[in-house]
Design a protein around this ligand. Sequence first.
Ligand SMILES: Cc1cc2nc3c(=O)[nH]c(=O)nc-3n(C[C@H](O)[C@H](O)[C@H](O)COP(=O)(O)OP(=O)(O)OC[C@H]3O[C@@H](n4cnc5c(N)ncnc54)[C@H](O)[C@@H]3O)c2cc1C
Length: 441
Amino acid sequence: MDTQFDVAIIGSGPAGIFAARELETHSDASIAIIDQYTYPSGGLLNDGKLNFNINIGIEFDQLGESQQVIETLMQRVKEVFTSFPQSKMVTDFSDKEFLNTFVESCHNHDVEVILAEQWHYGTDNSKKVVQGLRSALKKTSFKLGHRVDSIEVQPDSFVLHCVEGKSATSVSSRILLIAPGRAGSMWLRNTAADMGIKHHFGPIDIGIRVELSNDILEPVTRYIYDPKLRFITSRHGDRVRTFCTNPGGRVRSEKYDNFYLVNGDSLNRRKTSNTNFALLNTLELTEPLSDTTLFGTKLAEQFNLLGGGHPTMQRVGDFREGRRSRHETFFSSSLHYSRCSPSYNATPGDLALGFPGRIIDNLWETMKTLDKIIPGILHPSTILYSPEIKFFDNRYPTRRYLETGIDRCFIAGDGAGKSRGIVGAAISGIIAARGIVKKYI
Ligand SMILES: Cc1cc2nc3c(=O)[nH]c(=O)nc-3n(C[C@H](O)[C@H](O)[C@H](O)COP(=O)(O)OP(=O)(O)OC[C@H]3O[C@@H](n4cnc5c(N)ncnc54)[C@H](O)[C@@H]3O)c2cc1C
């Protein structure tokens, strides 16, 4: 098998796949996508909510392109995803009366609403979508089950030292695109440092996943599948936002090297009687600790320590009373907990033991505001899972087309801090590929 390519792409998520697509369209370069897992797709296998609004999931200031260019690229990404029969539009803005009342209610509580056209394919359909994306790539070699351990920078090429099973192997390329996603963000940070690529820390999103009975949110999610609400808390002046709502969905865990985080998804065909969404507090740190990744990692480890190696969950009823949740009372009817059964088996525990006071203040204040806009959110049975953390906080200064300080080395996607979702990651991959074609092929 070939081990020498014009372009090597690390990561088979949306950033990597859309970059390869662009390269195939505009060049005859030999391309390899390398991924540590054996099924190439990265985060495309998760849920597949697609937000088509440039204010969602796109790190504008990190992409170095005009709004017009980003909008055009978003349109191209949209054409690809919406051409799959599995993708369905899940927003309905036709009921103006509902929409006006909802927006007014948010504004009355100083909450910003972003209305986006949203599509969804569902975790159960994701392999078909990935297959569709993959089969469009005719000239790209997939090197799967290859974990890139380190990258050697040579005068005219890059050598990727990989581990395949128990064997060491290598791939070399003239041009490199690194797109390892959030789970690979720590690896990228260490590897970039070894290569001499500078980085600094941006804000990190830390919070909880809220799960509640479907009927509470349904009056809103019927029209706005994934409501995007932004809050500034009055106590600390911090930013909190809702994120990734999954009507009829499930809470899931996300595995990192030393801990689990919580997340959520939903299937297209089989719905649960719950809805979940994330509530995220955006946090910036200055001296003496600006390392937001380290801070997030410590919090994640702390929750996993408290949860006996698992994330934790707490009923709102227990949180209000200032007590931890326990197995014995988790389903108590007399406490009204039977209205919502957890879709994920986390360890009953105590939010207030794992998060600093400032984060707790911000999350609780936001929950109370949300309950005024959508009454019922603070029902005692509502479950608060933690930790949910988004590791797209590392920032790598790049030149035009996301090229790092090293010539011919580009970065893209969530792990490089260039996006915060499938559509944004795909756009960043296309931008990098455009640069590769324009400058080097
Ligand atoms: C449960 C869950 C639900 C989600 N739901 C949605 C949603 O509904 N909508 C949405 O927009 N986003 C969602 N996301 C986020 C979405 O998955 C990411 O934003 C997106 O996949 C980022 O794309 P990427 O290309 O940057 O990285 P990824 O898709 O993460 O791909 C990176 C790839 O790089 C590989 N990799 C990393 N390090 C190495 C290495 N050293 N060697 C070889 N390979 C490596 C990884 O295995 C991975 O396959 C969800 C995420 C999760 C976990």
